[in-house]
Design a binder for this molecule. Sequence first.
Ligand code: HEC
Length: 133
Amino acid sequence: MRGFLLVVVVVSLFGCGATVPEVPNGIPVSYSAHLEPLVIAHCLGCHESEEPKAKLVLGQGEGYGQLVGRRSVQMPELALVEPGYPDASYLWLKLQHRAAEGKGMPRTLTGTKKLHPAELELYRRWIEDGAKP
Ligand code: HEC
């Protein structure tokens, strides 16, 4: 048990995978250049092509087309991403743990967690900047 706990602690300290890139002001955040590495690090456990949760596939090269221009399956009245409007984007509500259905994202083995504030800010800016590829 103790060994297991140690592994959990080590993985949560060092397993974050990707660092949040600094995108200079005035440059729109790009999905492929800036956001995708973070999505791959924190979402693929459950949103990969084999039995993707909520039918959402976020693998390399696939996430953009799945997120932009698609409605939420949980809340079909909302788009997953509404370019320019984070608060009208179901993805943003999920990441804020403010979605009306299901749980906040990302989920974990024990529940859910919120992403680091710098990472959340990058998602928010990406949507606000027009959700560029
Ligand atoms: C441990 C598994 C797990 C991880 C990791 C995870 N998700 Fe999810 N996700 C789910 C499940 C299960 C659902 C459906 C039930 C729910 O919402 O709780 C879901 C639903 C969603 C939905 C709603 C889709 C829709 O069409 O309504 C979005 C958006 C989403 N996830 C985004 C993300 C993002 C972005 C990440 C990474 C930051 C992430 N998820 C990480 C399991 C996960």
